[in-house]
Write a protein that binds this ligand. Sequence first.
Ligand SMILES: [Zn+2]
Length: 150
Amino acid sequence: MSGVILSKKYGVNPSLSQCLICGKDVGVILFGAAWKGKDGFPGEAPRRCGPMDPEPCAECRKKYLEDGDGVLLAEAKMVERPHHNPSRRWNGEKESFPQITGECAVIKRAAFEEVFPSFPVPSRRIAFVEPGVLARILPNPETEGKEAKS
Ligand SMILES: [Zn+2]
């Protein structure tokens, strides 16, 4: 539990996080005083906080990334946050951090190599993509989704 600063009001302030791919509950995250509501002030974390980490659940990893030979594209935007290294954070240093948006797609390894020829397939089979990339490389669900599914 290192690093959790307890909330005076909500203690460890737990919330369930979900698998980015299938949406089922995968783990408990302890927010302590770190959860901020829409108003920007610390508060009580919701019971379910959505996917916080691109790592999918064990079943999805096996089904899509290992057996399916796929690569998970997790849409993320870069945000600034206080540096994870306490002494650098103390100096007011910040670091860029990919914050996932919840949008994702799994594409075959061969498709990944075709679409991103200058990037090696990531060892954990998870790649962050900027907002807008998924819409550019995936078929439009309105027009082509039905064919792609069969
Ligand atoms: Zn899953």
